[in-house]
Design a protein around this ligand. Structure first.
Ligand SMILES: NC(=O)c1ccc[n+]([C@@H]2O[C@H](COP(=O)([O-])OP(=O)(O)OC[C@H]3O[C@@H](n4cnc5c(N)ncnc54)[C@H](O)[C@@H]3O)[C@@H](O)[C@H]2O)c1
Ligand SMILES: O=C(O)C[C@H](O)C(=O)O
Length: 329
């Protein structure tokens, strides 16, 4: 008997990351080769044609797992019965825009979307925010869905995690499969802290395999600013790698992380590692039984503490700014 389809809502489905993600989702890369999916493409009126064109191409792929595609510009329709909500569409920063303006513009998107998720999505919906500023957008959405458990809301730092793994493997001259124990802490921004304190390369401590000064200097900067580096070289922000990371985040959340391995995700803090409760911050996580669990008990030395605190301070400032704007309580 085939499984019933799972409803997956993608916002910003007429944009680039939505386009890069939806074909892989429909092909079974996210929820598995035996799991039919029904896609809901949520856009704003200006993005509807892009979403319609993408839906035509989905039909032309004749994916056996694709149980249906609906396109809408109404969040109440878009999130109805959704088990996975991938919030990709957001208001990008434009020239001359202040940080407060950006947060306000995104509050106007993620507040109503959070409310619609709370009212219409499945009780066990998994929400992943990709649209920047991702952590604080996730916080805004979560605060507008008070009847859902906070842990249903997350933000994407898997892209940073994958970048950190890839760059470490390249430096150490090993395959990515030989790297483990990397953590991204904090915000998806230039303050994030890619931490190699507990990382391993072919089973040895990473800090024995690469120059520790590089690991805590140029490496941290390179990972944290990789998004800007991509924009400079490509002439546009990361698309396929962001879509891939979002797919891996949902896949691991729903199906579990491999035994003995952790990854990174921005989840709602309950005060772990001194991160104020309620912030959506990146942590080392495993997924067990369909839920993210923060890996606890890792030692944090003085250098790591300072870096984590700096990124968390930025999250606190963003939270306080959206509070002042009346976007959250
Ligand atoms: N967290 C990460 O790792 C990461 C990585 C890369 C990009 N991003 C962010 O992802 C976002 C999307 O990037 P992109 O390249 O796909 O951008 P894009 O401009 O190509 O597409 C964005 C789409 O969102 C739509 N949109 C805007 N407001 C919406 C709303 N209220 N509801 C539904 N749709 C809406 C737009 O019409 C557009 O089609 C950006 O904010 C980008 O900064 C995050
Ligand atoms: O869109 C951006 O500003 C960059 C993006 O968040 C990235 O990390 O690639």
């Amino acid at each position: 008997m085939p499984k019933p389809p799972v409803t997956i809502t993608l916002t910003g489905a007429g944009g680039q990351i939505g386009y890069a993600a939806m074909f892989r989702i429909a092909a079974g890369d996210m929820l598995g080769a035996d799991q039919p999916v029904a896609l809901r493409l949520l856009e704003i009126p200006q993005g509807m044609r892009g979403a319609e064109g993408a839906a035509m191409e989905l039909a032309d792929c004749a994916f056996p797992l694709l149980a249906g595609v609906e396109i809408t510009d109404d969040p109440n329709v878009g999130f109805d019965g959704a088990s996975v909500a991938m919030l990709i569409g957001s208001r990008p920063r434009t020239a001359g825009m202040e940080r407060g303006d950006l947060l306000a513009a995104n509050g106007a998107i993620f507040g109503p979307q959070g409310r619609a998720i709370g009212a219409h999505a499945a009780d066990d919906v998994r929400v992943i925010v990709v649209g920047n500023p991702a952590n604080t957008n996730a916080l805004i959405a979560q605060q507008h869905a008070p009847d859902l458990p906070p842990e249903r809301f997350t933000a994407l730092t898997r892209l940073d995690h994958n970048r950190a793994v890839g760059l470490l493997a390249a430096e150490a001259g090993v395959a990515v499969a030989d790297v483990g124990g990397v953590t991204i802490w904090g915000n998806h921004s230039a303050t994030q802290y890619p931490d190699l304190s507990h990382a391993t390369v072919s089973g040895r401590p990473a800090l024995d395999a690469v120059d520790p000064a590089w690991a805590r200097g140029a490496y941290v900067d390179r990972v944290a600013k990789r998004g800007a580096e991509i924009i400079e070289v490509r002439g546009g922000s990361s698309v396929a790698s962001a879509a891939n990371a979002a797919i891996e985040h949902v896949r691991d959340w729903a199906l579990g992380t491999p035994d003995g391995a952790w990854t990174s995700a921005a989840v709602v803090s309950r005060g772990e590692y001194g991160v104020p409760a309620g912030l959506v911050s990146s942590f080392p996580v495993v997924s067990r039984g369909g839920d993210w669990e923060i890996v606890e008990g890792l030692s944090v030395d003085e250098f790591s503490r300072r870096r984590i605190d700096a990124s968390v301070a930025e999250l606190v400032a963003e939270r306080d700014a959206v509070r002042e704007l009346g976007l959250i309580e």
